[in-house]
Design a protein around this ligand. Sequence first.
Ligand code: PXL
Length: 276
Amino acid sequence: MKRIVTIQDISCVGKCSLTVALPIISAMGIETAIVPTAVLSTHTMFNNFTCKDLTDQIQPIADHWKSENFGFDAIYTGYLGSSEQTELVKNFFDTFKTNDNFIFVDPAMADNGKLYPAFDEHFPKLMAKVCSKADIIVPNLTEACLMTDTEYKTEYSIDYLKDTLKKLTDLGAEKAVLTGVYMDGKYGVMGYDSKNDTFFSYCHERLPKSYHGTGDIFSSTCVGALANGKALDESIKIAADYTVECIRITSADPNSNDYGVDFERAVPYLLKQLGK
Ligand code: PXL
């Protein structure tokens, strides 16, 4: 059985980070080891959330795993709990990267032109260093602009996206995917493979409502598809379609919560798309 490890927080209520990565990747037939970076009562879009930082647990967990000779088919990082964790995560990559696995970084730290409340303005440069050690990075446009000193725009051309993607791979990762972008009036994801100098994209329906945690659903599904042997261009399509389906189901249900999407109900759809 393939096994990946994902490093991100546990938001106890909120349907994001580990509470979506673990069920989605497991449902895709991949063993999912976790390193929790922090335990929060909710994600940070609620008021008065509690947060227990777990920075001091990362190295002991890595040391134990090393002594047990554990290996992973992919290392996937998301929301990190502190600046110090960016160093620990880079060390983790050095310890567990092999010629046969890949590092996937979702630099979850900002959206809609703004950093999430827990981060200061120095954090994007530290996250850029984490991205420099990855094989694939999947920022949204806000995160991409913050890491590459690019002006954040809400209206832009395809060339602006292409330039930003090239700046992202210049950080060091071979492949970059921008999520949640407009391409000539259509909404979707656009990627760049710096090795072959090729761009790829996938456009999909834009649903009227946006929800928290959908970036994590996209990334988790993409990692699950890659670990199932799919190519990156096919994986982003599977991930985007599943994310859209989750939003569609949730927005059509008047009784749904608005803090996250009902990804649970779309798991059968995902498995069908995956050919399982
Ligand atoms: O979905 C990204 C995310 C993950 N974890 C926490 C968050 C957020 C977004 O706000 O607050 C704690």
